[in-house]
Write a protein that binds this ligand. Sequence first.
Ligand SMILES: Cc1cc2nc3c(=O)[nH]c(=O)nc-3n(C[C@H](O)[C@H](O)[C@H](O)COP(=O)(O)OP(=O)(O)OC[C@H]3O[C@@H](n4cnc5c(N)ncnc54)[C@H](O)[C@@H]3O)c2cc1C
Ligand code: SF4
Ligand code: SF4
Length: 1014
Amino acid sequence: MRNLQATQARRLEEQFTGRTAFSRRERSMYSHDVGALPGLIKPLLGSTQPAGVVQPISEQEVGELARWAASEGVPLVPRGKSTSGYGGVLPVRGGIVVDFVRLASVLSIQPDRVTVQAGISWKKLDERLRQQGLTRCLYPSSYPSSTVGGWLAQGGAGFGSWKYGWFAENVLSARAVLGDGRVRDFAGKELELLSEAEGITGLITQVTLRVMPAAEPQVALAAFDSADDLGRFLASLEGLELWSVSFTNPDMARLANRAPLRTHHGHPVHERVLLPEKYLATLAFHGGKKGSPAAELASRVSAAGGELLGRQLAEHEWAERFNIMRVKRLGPSLVPAEVVIPLAELPAVLAELGRRVRHPLAIEGMGVSGKELVLLGFIPHDQRRFGFNLAFPLSLTVTRTAKRHGGRAYATGLYFASEARSVLGAERLSALASFKAQADPKGILNPGKVLTSKLAGLMGLASRFEPLLRPFANAARIQPGERIGKRTVKSVPPDTAWYAYACSGCGYCVDECDQYYGRMWESQSPRGKWFFLRELLEGREKLDQEAVDTFLVCTTCEMCNVLCSEGLPIEPAWMGLRNITVEQRKKMTIPSFEIMSASLDDNLNIWANYRKNRADWVPEEVKASIKEKADALYFAGCTASFVENDIGQSAVRLLHDAGIEFAYMGQDEACCGIPMLVAGKWEQFGRIVKHNLTEAAKRGAKKVITSCPACWLSWAHLYKEWAVKLGLAYEVEVQHYSEALAPAVASGKLKFKKTPKAVTWHDSCHIGRAGGIYEPPRLLLKAVPGVELREMEHNREHAHCCGSVLSLISEPEVAYGIGKVKLDEAQATGAEEVLSLCPCCQFQMRVSAEKKGMPVKVTDLATFLAKARGYEVKEDLPKVLSSWATFEAMIALMKPQNMAVMMEELFPDLVKAMPLGMGGMMRFFGKLGLLPLMKPLFSVLFPLLMPGMMPKVMPAMLKAVGKRVPMPDYMREQMPDLMPRAMGNLMPHLLPAVVPLIAQPLVDYLSRRRTAAA
Ligand SMILES: Cc1cc2nc3c(=O)[nH]c(=O)nc-3n(C[C@H](O)[C@H](O)[C@H](O)COP(=O)(O)OP(=O)(O)OC[C@H]3O[C@@H](n4cnc5c(N)ncnc54)[C@H](O)[C@@H]3O)c2cc1C
Ligand code: SF4
Ligand code: SF4
């Protein structure tokens, strides 16, 4: 079922309001998993697009959905985080993808067990368990993203499996909704009806699993020259109390040593740690009943001819254990292979694979119960080349090799359903089939998987002919390495295109991306955007305004850069696309940026205030000490200058008290320009860079001190890069005031009075992840006697974004939701105040608190410190809220529906402004009743005529805008200048959406059936 009938979709929309997706683009996001099939095989699958996506929030809703789907004959395809690679989540028969993302709570925790909803990720579960001093017994290496329900349905082993075995062995019970909507509990042997069943027998809603006391394992890393040595070593581990045993082969080390490092502004974040190109075994263990096995382990390593490597290397490998996909950047694709073999067969299997596979084959092995090994193999390749089709059967070579040694394929899903008998065993397979017949009589649960598959015949055949295919597969080699081209294709620069294919789909970047959790749709996540770019490059997508908006609303929080398993420079890639799409491809930027841009051109600020008012905030008592020229220059930024004056006032008082002499640009200071950079208006950003660098140089500045993290980022990194681009001198050091004050605090020059208060700290993205400045503000707080700093659960590098600015000015409701996530976390600390050092974060958190009715006090660090020095500081919350009210109304007005209503009011002026007597002609046609015939022409005529009509309509438009947008006087006065430029840029983009809404009202008006809206 590719598409639902309109009534079916409406029914779902009504029941799951805001939690359904039916657009073609969004559905396509749910049509794949981490696997990339060769182009020759893909068409055999047919379409894998679902007809829709639904996100239930309760087991009851899952039941209702199943009952409805059974009655309508609509397939349901369960989806966790889609990190599996067996095609299990692919809707091969269409239907509805049931996304478990909103069923992700912990239901109960006991000392030995936890009950969770199926959609919770291992990482989130662990965070909750650790609060209770517990942790999970085992987990897959996709821990940062994959779900508990997904692992039960997929089956598998992971870290901890040496001690605890297969995941299913650690599940005490589970609950699932059956194909007829009934809820059923499963425990003991019955769990086999759900485990590894890929959702064909039930939609798992709850899982109860074993947990253990939290304790960090000790880790050792041992190197072996040969597979024989490694095999002997693994076989010698019996009797040792180890928790996890895993290993990699020399090809993996060779490729990992070449994999590109994570970078920040083009520079590596860490030094490269070179791995010995050998067999490397990672052993993790806890104290154990018999004490630490470390000494015994060392003797067994040496008895097997191996060598224990240093602690630093061991810890590095352990820290990297979730990033096994890092080698994918060298492909940028992979031919994957995953098998289970008896432990004793390892040397023979590896030797045989060495003979049969002539490509680099990176292997990770995971020990299970001391008896079996899961081997995960990757062959770097390039799915864009024909050779990928030829090389792909090597996946079968690995499976055949494993089988020859008593092993089997790892899982079934869609691609390996032909292996179901060897994976599950005949008895279990038939039990599964007969249970499915009664639990899912209509066959709606994930059809086309495990028991049957469109590819079963082909895979069975290919398996049989594998020896014949192998020579071709081995001939289709590529040279691993990042081979980035030179050409921008379909607006996608060559490096971005490479990364789009390199993205493994691991999903580590999804949950923590605020753009995603503010909206909860895959298209909004970094993973979704890479998928979109692949689709664009392959001609199945287009770069329309909706797509451009997806890149524009990213808050630039840089969380994805930190979390990406491959260290892809994600946010910088989106940044580049902002410029290409807006400036080069002339797409619309976020509408509010147009007013800001015009204001910046006229008055050097984004708040549509006068340049002459810029320095009004400076406190009288500090004014006299501000120098004309000085080594240090204080840069206040727009928001501190015009809205949250307390921030600048407090900062300069502290700098003054700390004995720091500084100059200030006053009315010559321009916005740092970052709003224009993220708006895609880089030409304007370049002008600002030049302006500010010139003004700073005039004042002899060697150091620039900022209050705002975005200003800090601009000055510290962006101006530096742009100065090179623009051929300008850049000779400044940049500090945030929290850094600048540190010496005075350390020397005791800057002291604070006792301030007994529990506070929590918000790390701003633009100075935290973007700058690594985490400790200076904390040190300042420590210097205030009586202050108790309570850290939020996610802090420093992992701190959540506040949701400003791009969410706030594009979709305020979304921004309030993201802000609430932050404020909830702050409230959970029990602190009395949230402190931050960013005017924009503060603005966003204050507005979100107001909108969500949360009594959270948000204060700027400088203001807090100034008060702790006895200053009276006025915090003007009403000014924050009234400034926002202006923007909020302006943003609302730019929505097509609201714009259409305003245009209706302007009909008399619009008609009058039409050129060549067209208005009169239209009235004439209206009287004759001919206008409905002309209606389809409106969408062509308006975009053509509007630029010429705008100047004539502008006075009326200004009045209409003034009625809708509450404005301070300075803004109202400037609107006649700002509005024409902003509207000139926006109208061509807005009209296609607005014209269909005004077409009929205009016909009615011209036919005199109605007067213009009041
Ligand atoms: C980097 C990386 C490392 C990995 N490491 C391991 C590893 O160490 N061990 C391992 O076993 N696997 C590993 N995998 C594979 C994969 O992560 C696991 O299979 C994981 O458990 C899948 O979880 P998921 O939430 O992504 O499920 P999905 O991929 O979304 O779904 C998997 C299957 O389960 C079904 N399903 C999902 N949720 C439900 C539900 N609630 N009810 C019923 N059926 C459901 C789906 O339809 C599908 O058939 C790894 C993958 C990656 C990308
Ligand atoms: S920068 Fe932040 S908001 Fe943007 S894609 Fe990355 S995680 Fe999401
Ligand atoms: S962008 Fe990185 S973290 Fe996100 S899915 Fe791709 S590889 Fe994984």
